[in-house]
Design a protein around this ligand. Sequence first.
Ligand code: C5P
Length: 222
Amino acid sequence: TDNIVIAIDGYSSCGKSTLAKALAKKLHYIYIDTGAMYRAVTLYLKRNHIDLADENQIKESLKNIHLNFHSRDYQTHIILNDEEVSDEIRKMDVSQMVSEVSTIKAVRKELVKQQQRMGRSKNIVMDGRDIGTIVFPDAPIKIFMTADPKIRAERRYKELMEKGEDITLEEVFENIAHRDFIDTTRLESPLTRAHDAIILDNTELNEEEQLQFVLDRVEQHI
Ligand code: C5P
């Protein structure tokens, strides 16, 4: 097929989803937030007190997890077995557990399969940690995002404060550092830049500048 996949990977809280949404809106592509999928699985496992070390329990759970997206107004509305969990999955308790869940081979295998299916025939912008390396290694446009860890923590802290979460800047910084550590060092498809991904460090770029940076690449490609 000749559909286009834009793959956006990078560290936690780098603004991947903000950029991906803006791109999808501008290009009329479908936006897929793979982090939301790992978060929804985490929420399910947490609620059902599943032992993360028990492979059989995990596999059984995966059979009972049905994920769906509603892409109303380019926001991520993720449905876990008929329940919208979009807000629930952003909370700190899920953030603290999600990277551990993301190291589990059976979980990755299932979610990657679903992600590949979603991008098979449509133009999509997909963000995550392994999109350019594992999910769509042939994607024509790959972006690897990074930014100063302090700036990332401040941005995420501001977001969580606005949502009324009771949290300190230090806790947010620690969580981001913790997730980056697990994500980059895990055995199963660790976060790493695909050899053909373009680095986008947005420490000093606003949203408009980041969007233009990628649109320029898309134009060169088409
Ligand atoms: O993108 P977001 O920060 O919401 O992702 C939450 C977590 O899910 C990440 O810290 C990472 O552990 C995991 N993840 C992953 N692979 C992806 C997307 C997310 O391992 N493609």
